[in-house]
Design a protein around this ligand. Structure first.
Ligand SMILES: [Zn+2]
Length: 308
């Protein structure tokens, strides 16, 4: 099944469709909707002439971004990684910010959504048992909470949620630069409902076959999620490598807090990914959801792109 929304420009390179199962888990991409971010901010110091062909901007210079969660589906235990932008923006962010939020980020609610994508796999919000949040920026954690009966509550009533302590700390007292990305409405209801599990550092086998790796370059205490059965390995990259274009080490986002740290982290994790043929899973790439990469001198290049 192809998840490529048909209103997007098609990528000139062919993309292989692949059904992946890792251990007990069916690997199910969960597109939650297309939104837009400033192309310059997404590519940092990379000149527009280099990125505008692969990521054409609109008349406000915004490029199309997917907000893609990942479902690890297995008998008796369903794990969701990240939750997309969510909705209920006025209830969450107040009249002033909430009413212009959808327009500001060009959030398209006509296509896939978290609920619709889960439904396509025969699941509802009641069927999710674990939610791993890479970090609490709104485009990753927005869907974690929802408004019900005029109250903000966890979107998944039966789920335990997981986040890193360092990320919760920075989300609770954000620096000026990240203040527009962290909103208490996306995590305080999880704390109030006593379902937010706070992790200290990398966690091997947090859940069977599912481990977390830490990165501090984009924001403090982001966790990537590694799923492995010893044969196949998939890495949910979060904002460490938001799209397949960002596998190149110096292609960073303007949003990244610590560029040099992030480049070191990319060297380390992507070397391992190239050496062991890991599948990299991209949260924000509208033109493919995963890829395998190869080393190219001191840098990396995409070997093959996939729709899982
Ligand atoms: Zn982020």
């Amino acid at each position: 099944m192809s998840h490529q929304p048909n209103h997007l420009n098609s990528n000139p390179n062919s993309i292989a469709n692949l059904k992946l199962k890792i251990g007990a888990y069916e690997i199910c991409p969960i597109p939650t909707g297309i939104f837009g971010l400033d192309g310059g901010a997404m590519f940092g110091t990379v000149p527009k002439v280099l990125w505008e062909k692969s990521n054409p901007p609109d008349d406000k210079n915004r490029i199309q971004m997917e907000a893609r969660a990942l479902l690890l589906k297995s008998r008796g235990s369903n794990i969701l990684i990240d939750c997309g932008n969510g909705g209920d923006f006025v209830a969450k962010y107040g009249d002033k910010m909430g009413s212009k939020f959808g327009e500001m980020y060009n959030i398209d609610d006509s296509g896939p959504s978290l609920e619709k994508s889960l439904h396509a796999h025969g699941l509802s919000v009641n069927d999710i048992h674990h939610v791993i949040l890479t970090h609490l920026h709104f485009d990753h954690a927005g869907g974690a909470t929802t408004a019900r009966d005029h109250k903000l509550v966890p979107t998944f009533p039966k789920a335990q949620y997981y986040v890193q302590q360092a990320n919760l700390d920075t989300a609770t007292t954000p620096n000026l630069r990240e203040r527009a990305s962290y909103y208490p409405a996306n995590f305080q209801p999880l704390i109030d409902a006593d379902v937010l599990n706070i992790l200290q550092g990398p966690k091997e086998n947090l859940l069977p076959g599912v481990s977390t790796l830490i990165s501090n370059g984009h924001t403090q205490g982001q966790q990537m999620v590694k799923v492995t059965d010893g044969h196949n390995t998939l890495l949910y990259c979060g904002d460490v490598v938001p799209t397949s274009t960002h596998v190149r080490v110096p292609w960073l986002m303007g949003y990244d807090l610590h560029p040099l740290i992030l480049m070191e982290e990319k060297q380390k994790y992507l070397s391992e990914a190239a050496d062991h043929s890991w599948y990299l899973f991209f949260e924000h790439d509208p033109y493919c959801d995963s890829a395998r990469i190869e080393k190219k001198g001191a840098d990396f290049a995409v070997k093959e792109r996939y729709w899982l």
